[in-house]
Design a protein around this ligand. Structure first.
Ligand code: F6R
Length: 608
């Protein structure tokens, strides 16, 4: 989705802005632009396409100004084009604005502004902000942005510059993230901490309605009511410096897949103390946890699939009825929520609009909400009653891999905690499970050490037009994530079905060479799954089976077998997901796709 970066200080802004935009590229975008204040004038450059194109154009211009704003756009209102790329300017070009989010009442505002003589040069919702600020401006940009924002309905993170206040950037947000930080050479603002980490590790995450006024001499913070905040809360970012680099791997996705053993270890570190799970961030006593009688897991996309895995664990171990819902559905229905309902919101980015709306709704209805997120200080973390941070570190590739695994491990811990609190798991059982869970880090290393069978199966499937992923029980949830990974990065249509449902429709798809990818690991429903493979083979399908090491029988029922180490069924999602990630990536590479930045997708979906 869209990305914002801004800088004011002692150095030429253009290179800093371009570098910041490059850092935001992983979010997915279709155009980019910058506005730099120079000699009392705003120089605005936009380009459709990648930041590289913008950088080439900018390099040929002589823009030496030291204050500016930049943006990567992911189209919502108006198609991807140079005309719709941010920054957008007011009529005389005196005000420039970059914006993330959606202004819901933009059509009404646009009509009103047009009637008053404003001329629009784009199809975006954002441009109304530039014209509103222009109308409100007398001699104080901060005041003008406050007045303009009062007219906006929707979500926004804004950075605004004005040619009559050289060196000043006003940043303001509502429901869309914005972070601000003071570096050695100037002040920075961005929609994502990753754009700031070269400049500073100490950032202020603006709260809803809050604003910051950045100037070369320092940053001032203001509440939603315009009062100055003298001691803003500073968050320290402790990611690895090289996290944004590929570290020798051909793409970020591959690098992130290989980081997964580390993610498992870090997510588990310090979580078992004297046979008890230590998740103090949740801030609930065992007695309070014991009262929980219904769980909803709400999430989108891959995070939703982590929720499906959690349902099996929470119901299996803690015996608490658990529903998993996509957040965009949950928020618009009337789920049954009581004070003993626990809502678990899972979001890698911590800023997914639908998940946030669902959290707010659940809290209004009286539920306790736990967030599971990868981003410290993100809206999901701040708006939940308790939070578990997955220790994935920043994920750059648009398709989630390591953060998914971090979510599954965190949800596994939560399921064990609920079960222990309800007296369904003894201390010894928890110890044993925890040890086996920790062992999965090594088992994933084993999978990563030899990927020949995966690549071979991928090569056999790369020219298919469609693929079917099947599994039963835990395997059914895993297959959904496998299918999503494949379709999003290779553009090969893939569908996932519980294997027992094949006969009720999807079996009609099968003919010679149709790929059926089966999660055939050892589980209580293994034999049933094998019957489904026989049915598939009988119809000419090409079966790829992810199976447990040592299972020789499976070779009779599959054309390609990908062996993985033996784990208990409860932990099979952790191990079996890894070959499916590699399988999808291998097919995508063979089909010439950009695995890190698939078309039409964004890393964080901050609009509904
Ligand atoms: C797929 C993927 C998406 C996200 C979804 C939710 O690989 O990454 O499906 O899982 O957009 O995002 P978060 O987890 O940030 O709420």
């Amino acid at each position: 989705m869209c990305g914002i970066v801004g800088y004011t200080g002692g150095r030429p802004a253009q290179d800093i802005l371009i570098e910041g935009l490059r850092r935001l590229e992983y979010r997915g975008y279709d155009s980019a632009g910058i506005a730099v204040e120079q000699g009392g004038k705003l120089e605005v450059v936009h380009r459709k396409g990648k930041v590289g194109g913008l950088a080439e154009t900018v390099a040929n211009l002589d823009i030496a100004g030291t204050c500016g704003i930049g943006h990567t756009r992911w189209a919502t209102h108006g198609k991807p084009s140079e005309r719709n790329a941010h920054p957008h300017t007011s009529c005389g070009g005196h005000i420039a604005v970059v914006h993330n989010g959606i202004i819901e009442n933009y059509a009404e505002l646009r009509d009103e502004l047009t009637a008053r003589g404003h001329e629009f040069t784009s199809d975006t919702d954002t441009e109304v902000v530039a014209h509103l600020v222009e109308e409100a401006y007398v001699d104080d940009l901060l005041q003008a942005v406050h007045e303009a924002a009062a007219r906006l309905v929707g979500a926004y993170a804004l950075a605004v510059v004005c040619d009559s206040e050289p060196g000043v950037i006003v940043a303001m947000r509502k429901d869309s993230p914005l972070v601000v930080g003071q570096g050695a050479d100037g002040a920075y603002v961005a929609s994502d901490m990753i754009a700031l980490i070269d400049a500073t590790r100490d950032v202020v995450v603006l709260g809803d309605g809050e604003a910051a006024k950045l100037a070369p001499e320092g940053i001032r913070y203001f509440s939603a009511f315009g009062e100055e905040i003298y001691e803003p809360k500073v968050t320290h970012v402790d990611w690895d410096v090289d996290l944004a680099e590929k570290g020798g791997y051909p793409d970020f996705m591959m690098k992130e897949i290989h980081e997964q053993p580390r993610v498992i270890r870090d997510t588990l570190a310090g979580r078992l103390v004297d046979g008890h799970l230590a998740i103090d961030e949740l801030d609930l006593s065992h007695e309070e946890l014991n009262l929980i009688d219904r769980v909803y897991v709400i999430a989108c996309g891959t995070s939703y699939h982590a929720g499906l895995i959690a349902k099996n664990l929470i119901e299996g171990w803690a015996r608490i009825p658990t529903e998993v819902e996509v957040a965009s559905e949950f928020r618009y229905r009337n789920p049954i929520i009581t004070p003993s309902t626990l809502v678990v919101a899972v979001s890698q980015s911590g800023e997914t609009a639908d998940t946030l709306a669902a959290i707010r709704d659940a809290r209004v209805k009286g539920a306790k909400v736990f967030g599971i997120t990868n981003v410290v200080g993100s809206p999901v973390a701040r708006e939940s009653d308790g939070v578990i941070y997955t220790k994935a570190n920043k994920e750059i590739a648009v398709a989630s891999t390591k953060s998914f695994l971090g979510q599954v491990v965190s949800l596994t811990l939560l399921a064990m905690l609920l079960a222990q609190s309800k007296g369904k798991l003894t201390t010894n059982q928890v110890r044993l499970l925890f040890r086996e869970l920790a062992d999965t880090a090594e088992q994933v290393e084993v999978i990563l050490s030899d990927t020949a069978a995966i690549d071979e199966a991928a090569l056999a499937c790369k020219d298919a037009r469609s693929a079917l992923f099947i599994g039963r029980g835990m395997g059914s949830a895993i297959s959904k994530e496998g299918a999503l990974k494949l379709k999003e990065i290779s553009y090969l249509h893939a569908e996932a079905y519980p294997a027992g449902e094949m006969k009720h429709g999807p079996i009609a798809l099968l003919d010679d060479g149709f790929p059926v990818i089966a999660i055939a690991t050892q589980s209580p429903v293994y034999d049933k799954l094998v019957s489904n493979l026989q049915e598939s083979k009988a119809r000419g399908a090409m079966v790829v089976a992810v199976a447990t090491e040592g299972d020789e029988d499976i070779k009779q029922h599959a054309d390609h077998v990908i062996y993985i180490p033996k784990v208990r069924d409860a932990f099979s999602a952790i191990t079996a997901s890894v070959p499916l990630q590699l399988f999808a990536r291998s097919i995508a590479v063979a089909r010439g796709c950009d695995v890190d930045q698939p078309r039409n997708l964004a890393k964080s979906v901050t609009v509904e």
